[in-house]
Design a protein around this ligand. Structure first.
Ligand code: S3P
Length: 449
């Protein structure tokens, strides 16, 4: 569980070219879902390439508490012996989801239509995040939630017995909410329908289909209507988890801003609901190419090559792209600081309710390193003066947020003075090998006291 230990202050200084092959870990979103759906299936699901970061390990522990037999075999190989849809047992102790909003929200959905109670908590970051977006829709199935004021953790969910399917129109563009409703719909009688105005990541839908659920997805006006028939028998699967594009983003973006770099990230997930960052970077003039495009485990995958790109220009990032790159705005703002002109990121208010308020964290940290920013509730604008022009020298607060920590470490790789962070410990939630991997490419990161 993250965020429970001592802070790890770190420093990143200007380095020579980054080069080599960056084998980033497995996709966090897919890893959570593989464990949860494996736990709801009949038989033994085998998972290869599972992300062994704190967030996913917390979900693995949680699935054991609900009665699944989750076994680690080493080297990213895991097996899950599931209990079947509706078969969750009542956990005997509080479920601690650490730093993971995805973990807690998906698990709440999955248990919401089982006749059991479960109490959830997490670290200081997770305890500050809104759960009303989940308790609202699972309440439609008949689940009851008892949490702190403002819908915060710790929170007890009393699952509904004999739940009936619901029709739910999404109020925020969130794959976590969509997934929670679909997972709740698994043990409800009838067809659960979720309507999303903006398409969000669709790993749950793809994986449910892979496990044998009766699920259909209809595209309408940029959004989707998803229909799931309740009470399926999910059949255990072999799952190969692709590398995480959100983790690859750090190696890719660092290569774009560090002079002379050339980095290859093999086998990264290119699911169109996740690849907004790479589209945006190309529009800015980044030297990015896809090689060896293929389908693995139902997900599109390619090798991605990134080279130093000294002539990137600031652009206006379309607001309707936000859902497909929601986790990548912190690292995009680091690239924007090394591009010429204004990069305007609109429609990003969801960033305010992530592991921390990411607009505020990036704005303050960039300012501390001499970068001009403008912000409002729903917008972040970064004005850059070109590659290598960031002054640096600042100390940035990471607020228990892994992506803020890694973004500022990347900023330091090309800035004139080193960039420091107050705490790099949260990096292990999603990218436990970030330090050795970046060091092997040529980065100069150090822990400071
Ligand atoms: C995730 C969805 C996103 C994302 C998170 C992972 C998922 O959150 O920020 O890191 O796996 O479903 P929202 O769905 O709340 O936007």
């Amino acid at each position: 569980m993250s965020g429970h230990g001592d802070p790890t202050p770190m420093k990143s200084r200007k380095c020579g070219p980054l080069s080599g092959v960056a084998e980033v870990p497995g996709d966090k979103s897919i890893s959570h879902r593989a464990l949860i759906l494996g736990a709801l299936a009949v038989g033994e699901t085998r998972i290869t390439g599972l992300l062994e970061g704190d967030d996913v390990l917390d979900t693995a522990r949680a699935m054991r508490s609900f009665g699944a037999d989750v076994v680690e075999h080493g080297g990213g190989e895991w097996s899950v012996h599931g209990v079947g849809v509706g078969g969750f047992a009542e956990p005997e102790a509080v479920i601690d989801c650490g730093n993971s909003g995805t973990g807690v929200r998906l698990i709440m959905g999955a248990m919401a239509t089982c006749p059991i109670a479960a109490t959830f908590t997490g670290d200081a970051s997770l305890r500050s995040r809104p759960m009303g977006r989940i308790t609202g829709p699972i309440g439609l199935f008949g689940a009851k939630a008892y949490g702190r004021c403002g819908g915060k953790l710790p929170m007890t969910i009393m699952g509904a017995a004999d739940a009936v399917a619901v029709r739910y129109e999404m109020e925020v563009p969130s794959a976590q909410v969509k997934s929670a409703v679909l997972l709740a719909g698994l043990n409800a009688d009838g067809q659960t329908v979720v309507i999303e105005q903006e398409a969000t990541r669709d790993h749950t839908e793809r994986m449910l289909a892979g496990f044998g659920a009766d699920i259909s997805v209809e595209a309408v006006d940029g959004g989707r209507v998803i229909t799931l028939t309740g009470r399926p028998v999910l059949t255990a699967q072999e799952i190969v988890v692709p590398r995480d594009p959100s983790s690859a983003a750090f190696a890719v973006c660092a290569a774009l801003i560090v002079e002379g770099s050339d980095v290859l990230v093999p086998g990264i997930g290119l699911n169109p609901t996740r690849n907004g960052l790479f589209t945006t970077l190309r529009e800015m003039g980044a030297d990015l190419s896809y090689e060896n495009e293929r389908i693995e485990g139902g997900e599109p995958v390619a090798d991605l090559r990134a080279r130093f790109s000294p002539d990137m220009q600031g652009i206006e990032v379309p607001a309707d792209r936000a859902a497909s790159m929601i986790d990548e705005y912190p690292i995009l703002s680091v690239v924007a600081a090394n591009a010429t002109g204004r990069t305007v990121m609109r429609g990003v208010k969801e960033l305010r309710v992530k592991e921390c308020d990411r607009i505020d964290a990036m704005a303050r940290g960039l300012e501390a390193n001499g970068v001009a920013i403008e912000e409002d509730q729903d917008t972040l604008i970064v004005t850059g003066s070109g590659a290598g022009t960031v002054t640096g020298g600042g100390m940035c607060k990471t607020h228990l947020d892994h992506r803020i920590a890694m973004s500022f470490m990347c900023l330091g790789m090309s800035s004139q003075q080193p960039v420091s962070i107050d705490d790099g410990a949260p990096i292990t939630t999603s990218f436990p090998i970030f330090e050795p991997l970046m060091a092997a490419l040529g980065a100069q990161l150090e822990r400071i006291n």
